[in-house]
Design a binder for this molecule. Sequence first.
Ligand code: AMP
Ligand code: FE
Ligand code: FE
Ligand code: ZN
Length: 287
Amino acid sequence: MPGTHRFEGPSDLHLHSAFSDGTQHPADVMAAAHAHGVRTAALTDHDTTSGWAAAAEAASSLGMTFVPGMELSARHEWRSVHVLAYLIDPDDGPLRAMTERIRSSRLDRARLMADRISRDYDVVWDDIVAQTTDGATVGRPHIADALVARGLVRDRAEAFSSILSPGGDYYVALYAPDPVTAVELVVSAGGVPIIAHPAGRAGLLPTRLIERMLRAGLAGFELGHRENVEPGLSTLRRLSAERDLIVTGSSDYHGLGKPNQPGENTTADDMVARIIERGTGNAPVFP
Ligand code: AMP
Ligand code: FE
Ligand code: FE
Ligand code: ZN
């Protein structure tokens, strides 16, 4: 495995900054990961690579290895599917066009949700804008933060289970590609696609869809994640072993936005090495 031996574990390959719905600057995200003992870290903001440069620089100064990543939004019928995309070429045309489309639709959708919420609650669009970093991928977490700032809910979790719930009156779906297209885009950009939290409470994706994603180049599954539950987890563990797929573990740290802490789940060194070997669109930044 030429070139992959230089990283050091523990590795946490799923962290968010304020360039999406994390609450910290990328440099502070890397510092938080370092403080929790993480030595190889990926920044995986939703639908953007804007935080990479700052994260890479901070990671280097801390003596850590930085793995560039992204969490690409996809959708299957009514449900969100998140595809972690490691070592993509950030300048790949089709992938960029897709992330720009998703981000712009996220903005329209957040405005629509804000309009609906404003009818019943004392919160306006400017309150939401005030919760976002310039250029950030906007999402429900920012609306949640505005609701918290207005004293309407206690925290993001309460906002998600009430006002922002998909079953509620205020929810608007965002545009996202189907999961097979998402995998194809990541592969074409030289990246390594891994399904994030694939066994969450919504249950497993249909087997036929997973098979189609694997044929499109899906590399594996993020099995070590606090939201994964049985029996889906065991099913995917079995499938991964049978097909020799990549399995990862990570925190999905969002700063103060979620209780998840850096390093609470980690990815084994041999799996990190496989990701680095397989990614052709980019390379890790070694210390
Ligand atoms: P969106 O993509 O805008 O629909 O928002 C989904 C995002 O909200 C995900 O990326 C999660 O990180 C975050 N999220 C979902 N549920 C919760 C929750 N209960 N508490 C905090 N953040 C959440
Ligand atoms: Fe998120
Ligand atoms: Fe996710
Ligand atoms: Zn995430």
